[in-house]
Design a protein around this ligand. Sequence first.
Ligand SMILES: [Zn+2]
Length: 154
Amino acid sequence: MTCKCEDIKDCFVIEARMALPNQYFVGRIGSKWIIAMRDKKKLTGLKCDKCNITYVPPREHCNKCGATIADNWVDVGTTGEIVNFTIVNYNDKHLPKKAPYILGQIKLDGADTPLTHIVADVDPADVHVGMKVKAVFAEGPVNTLMQLDHFEPV
Ligand SMILES: [Zn+2]
């Protein structure tokens, strides 16, 4: 962007932070996914039978063939394996936990795509790709992805 001030020394930039409260609808599929966690303590996904791919988190269309798979729900395991992870080392009020904590990509048993979530009850120095983990659900209704509170080592 070009400054249109007559003289650049009269142009000012003020550094600020903006709070931006927001909300969004997680959609019919996201809602159904969270309800299964909340009411049945189970994890589900959407499967494309043609491609034999089960998506967790669930998605309306197959990423490979584009077919609508919105009604082809399948149960997946509440256990899985860490396929990637990072250690979050900074605090921000928008983050779900105080640092340091582990954010893992977990491929659940029966799923073909990884779910990114918090991995707890393990020292960050001990977490590794291939580690077997299990889902721990929130006690009461949360009605967000945090209905699945975290994963922990099996
Ligand atoms: Zn497909």
